[in-house]
Design a binder for this molecule. Sequence first.
Ligand code: NCD
Length: 355
Amino acid sequence: MSAGSWAAFQAMGPEEKRAVFQPGGRPFHALIAEQFDRAFLDRLCELTTRARRIAKTRGGRLFLQDLLCDRRAMLYFAQPSTRTFLSFYAACQIVGLHPAEVRDTSTSSELKGESPEDSVRTFSSYFDLIIMRHPVGGFAERIAWLLSNTDRVVPVINAGSGKDQHPTQALLDIYTLQRSFEARGGIEGKRIVFVGDLARGRTVRSLARLLMLYPGVSQCFVAPESLQIGSDLTAALDAAGVPYTCTTDFDRAVSEADAVYMTRIQDEWDAGPKRAGGDGHPFHFTERHLDLLRPEAVVLHPLPRRDEIAPEVDADPRAVYWRQVRNGMWVRVALILSIFEKDAEVDRYHADLVR
Ligand code: NCD
C-alpha cells in the first residue's frame, strides 16, 4: 500500500483503493465491498466449499490446522458481536492461527487515553493479522492506511465498521445465496428484497454493492422513508444500471422475491434511552408470509434478530439464516487462507481427495 496523506487516501475512488488494498490482484486487506470483483467472489465460494469438504475427515482437519499454525491473529472488537467474533475465532482455529482478543476497550490502554490508532499499531507489532470491528465508519480503512506508513504492514479485515460496511457478512451472504440458487442458475437474474433499517444497516450496504456484480439482479428496498437506503447507494445503483425499487409494500415484495433479506432496527445509533419491548419494526415476517413466498425463494437475516422474523418461520426449509451462521465460519476460513496465499495448497489437497 502506498503511503500518502489520509486526506489523499480518502479522496481515492474504488478502483484506486482496490489497487491499494490488493497489490498483486488478490485482497491483502479486506476492507470494503467495492474492492472485490466477480472473479474473486467466485473463487472465494469455490475455496469455501473445498475447505469445508476437506474438513470432513480428521486428516483434512489436521491439514488445514497446519497451514497457518506459525501465525497469530488479533481480534479487536470495540462493538458487541456474537457470530462475527466467534466465527472468526473458530475460523482462526480451523487454519491453525493463534487468536488473541480485545473485546472491551475498558480493559486496554484506551482507558488511559491511548488512541485507538495507537492501540491497533501495537497489535500489529505482535500479530500477523488484525480482524477488527469499530463504531467509527471507515476506521478499518484508516488503520490499513496508518499501517502502510509503518514497517509492520499486516493484513486488516473489517469485521464491521460504523454504519457503512460489513464486507465479510456480505461475502457469506453471497455464498449462501449462491448455494441456495445453485440449481437455478446462480444469483444472476434474481430479485433480492431488503427489509428493515436500510439507512443504518451496514450489511445491506455491503451486500447491495456485491450484488451489482451479478448481471440481471434486481434489488428492492422495503422501508419507511426514514429508514430507506442512502443517496450514495442509489447513486451507485444508478451508475451501475441496476434496476431497483423502494417501497413500503412488504407483502407484495415478499411475493415477488427470490430472496428476502430481513434486518433489525439499528437503534444503538439513536440518541436517548432505548425502547423497552417491541422496537417499532414496521415489517414482521410471520407464518402468513410463508404462504406469500415462492416455493423456491429463501429468507435471510444477518442476525441478531428481534421480532422481525417469528421463530415459527425457522422450521421452513426456505429460512436459511441458520445456514448463513454456519457458512460465515467457512467463508472466513477461505478469506484468511486467500489473504495468506494458501489457496493453492488447498486446491492440491482437494484435487487428491476427489481424484
Ligand atoms: C450485523 C452487524 O453487526 O452489522 N450483525 C452481524 O455481524 N451478523 C447486523 C446487526 O447487528 O443487525
